[in-house]
Design a protein around this ligand. Sequence first.
Ligand code: DGL
Length: 271
Amino acid sequence: MSKRTKKIGVFDSGLGGLYIARAIQSAMPQYDYAYLGDTLNVPYGGRSMEAIYKLSEGAIRYLIEKQDCDLIVIGCNTASVTALRKLQREFLPQNHPDKRILGVIVPTLESATELGATQIGLIATEYTVNSKIYDEEIVKITPRAQIYGKPTPLLVPLIENNGEKYMDAVLGDYLEPLIEQGLDSLILGCTHYISIKDKVRELTKHRVRVLSQDEIIPPKLKDYLSRHPEMEERLSQNGMFKCFATDAGPVCKRNIEKLMGADMVLTKAVY
Ligand code: DGL
């Protein structure tokens, strides 16, 4: 019997993480994936640390215990800055010592510095910017680089509520003072922002390198698997992608269809 029985899980507070999951799947279509969006509790960005940790732990448990995932990527920046360390240092060793959880912060910063970035802008939820985790992690990678964080709380509601026509004005207002600081790169530190990466590139007139996590995470995950054959050898290879959400109402179904195509079945996750 094949030892390859385990899936790769991707977790986000909502559906924005599907951009990352889909990009991972297209880079490595052979594996089986389970995506979980906590659509019942999105957005996480304005919640307390305790609440975000509790919601993230519940989601991780579901992916490990109910969906047979041995390797999980937390696509959500807010959950990555809040819950990842505790999940890796306490939850996994106590409950599932052979599973692995990866976040998006360190791979994003590694990619930025590999590209030579030193003056790095960050737009993200208030929670992500104020956590200062990006600032803490960059120091560990290189002392030469610096993060210029700017909370951009209007972007998620605009993206979620078809507010595209206001986007240029709002983005312009957020980006101008950042760009004036002489940035060489700009991290889109929120899963939702992947949907506006072209707009950001256009508005910044390509004067900064815009770093979008759907472009960063797939090669980083591929690299991780090549360095961890003990994990890679557990992963099943039927090319399947299953999509779960904690609330699977009509809006959620429509968005899934928009992102994944009409034949994507959305299953309600109960835990
Ligand atoms: N998915 C979240 C992130 O990447 C954004 C939405 C939220 O606040 O939950 O930070």
